[in-house]
Design a binder for this molecule. Structure first.
Ligand code: CP
Length: 305
């Protein structure tokens, strides 16, 4: 594995190998001194051309837990405003001695372009509505920890699937690991390429809640143009929001997931987000060990420490 650009590039064994490695790094993070010297002397650069809280911070935390140095590139205040291109920006960062780049960009394929220009491994930290592979891995890890395995799990991904890189990555990861995925959304928020996915679809949420092990909620991405294809946000909430009453229709063991950032009161009611069966903070915590695993694998070539 030279880069991590898409979950579609990984087979089941590769995904499970990364999850096994993440389990090991979880144990490292629970030690009194949660740090190992695995990447000492190496430099990880995070280049986020779109906003982020979880992904950027957890990559930084993960790199430091592996004893790597971290360079954070911030586009606002950078020489992009003077007309410097994406290519010259990443070549500049590489020339400072960068061993791995994490790239988030609003344009589909931007991390892959970066990978074609630089000599070091590149991790896709999210590109447009295309892929967010480390999110899918940390979500798979969260489910494996909760249920032991994903085989046979019934997962509904609910919301703005058309604009969601998380949905596309998670469909790839969850189905590769044996889960049965149903996409639930208004017709205008289902992806145009829906026929190419090994999933079922529903435009109705309430009747399927009792059959689920996992409900995975997505934010309505107004910044990617979802607003105009919905009659109104209140109607969306009325039909697809997970409120306390609908939460009560889930099976007793079913769990709620969300990649964040959440819009409390829209796709998820605030009290549901704070329920013990909502795994949202577990997802965030598992992100650190998952990103340690991916960086360790890319930079050492080893499948185990
Ligand atoms: N889930 C996720 O990618 O969150 P951020 O946008 O905060 O990184």
């Amino acid at each position: 594995m030279k880069h991590l650009l898409s979950i579609a590039d990984l087979d089941r064994a590769a995904i499970e190998g990364l999850l096994d490695l993440a389990d090991h790094f979880t144990e490292v993070l629970e030690r009194d001194i949660p740090k190992v010297p695995a990447l000492r002397g190496m430099t990880v650069a995070t280049l986020f051309f779109e906003t982020s809280t979880r992904t950027r911070l957890s990559f930084e935390k993960a790199a430091k837990a592996l004893s790597a140095d971290v360079l954070n590139f911030n586009p606002s205040g950078s020489s992009l405003s003077k007309g410097e291109s994406l290519k010259d920006t990443v070549l500049t960062v590489q020339a400072m001695g960068t061993d791995l780049m994490v790239v988030r960009h609003g344009a589909v394929g931007a991390p892959a372009r970066v990978a074609s220009w630089v000599d070091c491994p590149v991790i896709n930290g999210g590109d447009g509505a295309h892929q967010h592979p480390t999110q899918a891995l940390l979500d798979a890890l969260t489910l494996r920890r909760r249920f032991g395995k994903l085989d046979g799990l019934r997962v509904a991904i609910v919301g703005d699937i058309r604009n969601s890189r998380v949905a596309r990555s998670n469909i790839d990861a969850f189905t590769a690991l044996g889960a049965a995925v149903t996409l639930v959304a208004p017709p205008t928020l289902l992806p145009l390429e829906i026929g190419s996915y090994p999933v079922s679809t529903s435009t109705e949420l309430e009747s399927i809640l009792g059959d689920l092990d996992v409900i995975y909620l997505l934010r309505v991405q107004l910044e990617r143009g979802s607003g105009p294809v919905l009659p109104s946000l209140p109607e969306y909430v009325a039909r697809y929001g997970l409120d306390r009453r609908r939460f009560g229709l889930l099976g007793k063991e079913a769990v709620v997931m969300h990649p964040g950032p959440m819009n409390r009161g829209i796709e998820i009611a605030s009290d549901v987000a704070d329920d013990p069966r909502a795994l949202i903070t577990d997802q965030v915590s598992n992100g650190v060990a998952t990103r340690m695993a991916v960086m360790f694998r890319l930079l050492t070539g080893k499948g185990q420490p």
